[in-house]
Design a binder for this molecule. Structure first.
Ligand code: SF4
Ligand SMILES: [Zn+2]
Length: 316
């Protein structure tokens, strides 16, 4: 792994590395799904996720690829409630809903404030509603929205990493104090927080990737986060591919994800999930890949240690 680069990682550089956005239709969410998740009360239940189509996030984090499914301009009023209504008509009955908008739910350029009431009336029958936000958008608006819905509100916030040098280079425009302050503010208003934590961001060797993901879990829970999701970092957004070519980034190994999940669950500080999306990217061994994915999924749902997988690749 090369040393830290001597060039500065700026918005301009990150955006200059991008390819084209996907063609998205503001009339519809760009994706939707239902998956099982362990709830905070210990049951395993269906959770629906709607990936809303809206204006791109104003931040430009180094590892983010969410801009790919966004519009350049704000979408007109009532488009977001229409997307939600459309998706809800396609779902079976579920009790928990994630509204993810490739940015911050409370960014008024992404979701117009005047749409909150219609959104609230559409989702008020859900037991839990989870939205995402950068700390820069966590303020009184979150409380106003919480008051409009009858559901428990949880806000997912990217902590990413507590390694101070790397956090700076991720260009997130966030400090650890900002993160902890937001979690505290939300807690004071009975809003739960879920933290996204990166496994092996750029500029770190594998073992340090694991070390910093574990320290990030410790920090998140001590700040008052209720649940953490560990996300292995992938290339594909332009900037990360550039760093990969230059030797500043290597995607983590699936076995490291297992290690961090084991650690997180062992702490018994709150729910810890491994992000399971496209895990074949993180394995060089076809023999054990499916078994490892099955193990991670089992641990996500049980929040208990599952027997380790033995494979010849363990010695590599
Ligand atoms: S704040 Fe979130 S959505 Fe916005 S660029 Fe950063 S990671 Fe992506
Ligand atoms: Zn193997």
């Amino acid at each position: 792994m090369n040393e830290l680069p001597d060039f500065e990682i700026t918005d301009k550089w990150i955006v200059s590395c991008r390819g084209k956005k996907n063609n998205v239709d503001p009339g519809k969410p760009y994706a939707w799904l239902v998956e099982k998740e362990r709830t905070s009360s210990g049951t395993v239940e269906d959770v629906a996720t709607i990936f809303l189509t809206n204006r791109e996030c104003p931040y430009h984090c180094l590892m983010c690829d969410l801009w790919k499914n966004t519009t350049d301009r704000s979408v007109p009023g009532s488009v977001i409630p229409d997307q939600i209504e459309w998706a809800l008509n396609h779902f079976p009955d579920v009790k928990h809903l994630k509204l993810y908008n490739s940015g911050s739910f409370f960014d008024k350029k992404a979701i117009p404030e005047k749409d909150y009431e219609k959104i609230a009336s559409l989702i008020s029958s859900f037991e839990t509603v989870i939205v995402e936000s950068h700390p820069g958008f966590i303020n009184e608006e979150c409380i106003r929205f919480r008051d409009m819905i009858k559901s428990d509100l949880q806000i997912a916030v990217g902590l990413e990493t507590v390694n101070p040098e790397i956090l700076k280079r991720l260009n997130k425009s966030m400090t650890l104090e900002n993160f902890a302050g937001s979690v505290n503010f939300l807690m004071e208003h009975d809003i739960f927080t879920r933290a996204f934590i990166l496994l092996r961001p750029p500029f770190l060797p594998e073992s340090e990737g694991v070390f910093w993901a574990e320290r990030s879990l410790d920090f998140a829970f001590s700040a008052g986060v209720e649940c953490c999701v560990v996300i292995p970092v992938r290339p594909g957004n332009g900037a990360m591919d550039r760093l990969l070519e230059q030797g500043y980034f290597t995607p983590p190994d699936i076995r490291s994800l297992e290690k961090v999940l084991e650690y997180g669950i062992e702490q018994q500080a709150g729910r810890v999930f491994a992000d399971l999306w496209d895990l074949k990217l993180f394995s060089k061994c076809d023999v054990c890949l499916d078994e490892r994915i099955r193990r991670l999924s089992e641990m996500n749902l049980s929040q208990k240690f599952s027997k380790r997988i033995k494979c010849t690749c363990d010695t590599l």
